[in-house]
Write a protein that binds this ligand. Structure first.
Ligand SMILES: *Cc1c(COP(=O)(O)O)cnc(C)c1O
Length: 466
C-alpha cells in the first residue's frame, strides 16, 4: 500500500491552481506561500496519525485551509471588549475607558503634527514636559508637575533621582505588591536605592522612623498607599502629616506613592475617603506619584507632583527620557484634567467617575429595561442583584451594589461565556450560580448596550436555527 502522504501536492503545484492565483492577488505571494506550507504540513501530520482527509490531492482542500489561515492572521490582536464584569477599573480589560473629550484630543494629536516639543510663541524648541503642568498645578496646588509613562515608572524615577546609592526608609507594612510583579522592595532595589525597613507589618510608629532617619544612611522616606489591601486589628501607622516634619527636620524628602490619583470628591462617588494628591501635598509630601488611568479616569500615565527643585531634578535625570509619554497620552490627559475644573463636568464626562457614581436603583432600572428589550426580541431574561468592585487595585473590600442581566441562552454558562467572549464585539461577563450575568454598571449606555442586546439575540437565534 502506498503512503497516503504521497498524494499531497507540492507547494509549487498548488500555486499554479486558479484558486491560489486569486489568493496571491489578494494577500501577496510571500504570505500565501507561507500559509500553504503550513496547510500542507497540517495535512501531512493528520495523515501520519491516520486522521487525514480522503482527498489529500484536492487543491480545493488546501485553498480553503490557506484562506482560513490568512483571514485569521488578519484579525487584529487588540480588539474592543464590552466589560460586563462590574469591575470598573478592570486592569485586564485596560483600566479606564476615556472621556469623549480625551478621545477626540487623542485622535487630533495622532492624526497630524503637534507642538509636542515646540514653543509656538518663540518659534523654537520647547519641552514635552510643559504640557499638562499648569493644569496639574491649578488642580492640585502643586509647585510643579511631571508626566511620565506610568506610576511604576514615576516611582522608579523618583527613587533613582533622590536616593540612588542611598537608603530609603519604608514601613514594613508598606512593602507591598501592587500587581503585575510590581513589588516595592524590588522597584526600590532596581532604582539603585537601598531599602531600610522600618517598624513591623502591622504597626509602624513615628519613633520607628526617627530611629533610622540619619542623613548619612537614609536619603529619603517612602510612603506607599496600601491601595489594594487592608490591614485591620492591632495596627498603627505614621501618617504623612506626622512623618513629614520629622523627615524635613533632617533635610530628607518624603516620597508618597498614592497609586490611584483620585481628584474627584469620594463623597460624590458614594465611596469612603481615599488619600488624594492635594491633601498629600498639604500634609507635607515632597513628591507624590500616582496613575493616570485609575481613579483619575484618564490614559495610562504616571503623574509626579511636588516641590519645584525636586521635580526639576527628576526631569533632568536621563531615566526620564526612557519613561517619556507620547503626544496622544498627553493630549488625553490634558483633556481629562480640563474636565476637573468643574466637578460636575468631571462627574458627567469621565466614564470611570460616572460608572462609580451610578446608584443601585438607577442600575436596576437599566437592567430591567435591557431585560425587557431582550424578552421583546424573544430571549427570556432575568435580572439579578450583584456586587461589583472599583478594581485596578483600589478600594479593596468595597463592594459596588449593582444589577446584572441574566439572559437564557442554550448551553452551559461556560459555553455561553465563551461565545460572548469570542464574538464581535467581545463581551466579558461573570458566571454567578452557574449562569452568565452581565453587570450593567460597566456597560456604557448607548452603543455598548445596543451591542450586548444584538449579540445576545444573535446567539439565541443561531442556537434555535441549529
Ligand atoms: C497601581 C499602583 C502603582 C502602579 O501604577 P501604574 O500606573 O499601573 O504603573 C503604583 N503604586 C501603587 C500604590 C498603585 O496602587
Amino acid at each position: 500500500m502506498t503512503d497516503p502522504r504521497s498524494a499531497i501536492p507540492s507547494v509549487d503545484r498548488l500555486l499554479l491552481d486558479e484558486r491560489f492565483v486569486a489568493l496571491v492577488r489578494d494577500h501577496g505571494r510571500d504570505r500565501v506561500v507561507q500559509a500553504t506550507r503550513g496547510a500542507v504540513d497540517d495535512v501531512r501530520e493528520a495523515l501520519a496519525t491516520g486522521e487525514g482527509p480522503d482527498a489529500a490531492d484536492d487543491p480545493a482542500l488546501y485553498a480553503r485551509a490557506v484562506r482560513a489561515r490568512l483571514e485569521e492572521a488578519d484579525e487584529p490582536s487588540l480588539v474592543p471588549v464590552i466589560n460586563g464584569t462590574g469591575v470598573v477599573l478592570h486592569t485586564n480589560l485596560g483600566r479606564a475607558p476615556l472621556a469623549g473629550e480625551a478621545v477626540r484630543a487623542m485622535v487630533a494629536a495622532a492624526s497630524g503634527y503637534t507642538n509636542l516639543e515646540y514653543d509656538l510663541e518663540q518659534g523654537r524648541r520647547g519641552s514635552r514636559y510643559d504640557h499638562c503642568v499648569s493644569l496639574l498645578k491649578e488642580l492640585t496646588g502643586a509647585e510643579d508637575a511631571l508626566v511620565v509613562n506610568n506610576a511604576a515608572g514615576a516611582l522608579m524615577l523618583a527613587l533613582n533621582t533622590l536616593a540612588r546609592d542611598a537608603g530609603v526608609a519604608v514601613s514594613r507594612g508598606e512593602l507591598v505588591e501592587i500587581g503585575g510583579g510590581f513589588r516595592i522592595p524590588e522597584i526600590l532595589e532596581r532604582s539603585g536605592a537601598r531599602l531600610v525597613e522600618v517598624g513591623s507589618t502591622n504597626r509602624t510608629r513615628l519613633a520607628d522612623y526617627e530611629a533610622v532617619l540619619e542623613p548619612e544612611s537614609v536619603q529619603a522616606v517612602l510612603k506607599v498607599h496600601r491601595s489594594n489591601f487592608r490591614i485591620s486589628g492591632f495596627t498603627e501607622e505614621a501618617t504623612v502629616e506626622a512623618l513629614a516634619p520629622a523627615a524635613h527636620a533632617r533635610g530628607l524628602p518624603v516620597i508618597y506613592d498614592l497609586g490611584s490619583g483620585l481628584l474627584a470628591d469620594p463623597a460624590d462617588l458614594g465611596l469612603p475617603p481615599e488619600p488624594r494628591p492635594t491633601e498629600a501635598l498639604i500634609h507635607g509630601a515632597d513628591v507624590v506619584v500616582f496613575s493616570g488611568d485609575k481613579l483619575l479616569g484618564g490614559p495610562q500615565a504616571g503623574v509626579v507632583l511636588g516641590r519645584r527643585e525636586l521635580v526639576a531634578r527628576l526631569r533632568r535625570n536621563p531615566m526620564c527620557r526612557a519613561l517619556r509619554v507620547d503626544k496622544t497620552t498627553l493630549a488625553a490627559l490634558e483633556a481629562t484634567l480640563r474636565l476637573y475644573r468643574r466637578p460636575e463636568q468631571a462627574l458627567a464626562g469621565i466614564p470611570v467617575l460616572r460608572m462609580l457614581a451610578a446608584d443601585a436603583e438607577a442600575l436596576g432600572e437599566r437592567a430591567r429595561r435591557l431585560a425587557a428589550r431582550l424578552m421583546e426580541e424573544g430571549v427570556p431574561c432575568d435580572v439579578m442583584q450583584v456586587s461589583g468592585a472599583v478594581g485596578g487595585g483600589t478600594y479593596p473590600g468595597v463592594e459596588l451594589p449593582s444589577w446584572a442581566i441574566v439572559p437564557e441562552l442554550p448551553g452551559s454558562a461556560d459555553r455561553v461565556a465563551e461565545l460572548l467572549r469570542l464574538g464581535t464585539p467581545s463581551i466579558v461577563g461573570r458566571i454567578i450560580d452557574d449562569r452568565l450575568a452581565i453587570d450593567v454598571r460597566t456597560v456604557l449606555e448607548g452603543e455598548e448596550e445596543d451591542a450586548v442586546a444584538r449579540r445576545v439575540v444573535e446567539l439565541r437565534t443561531q442556537a434555535a436555527g441549529r
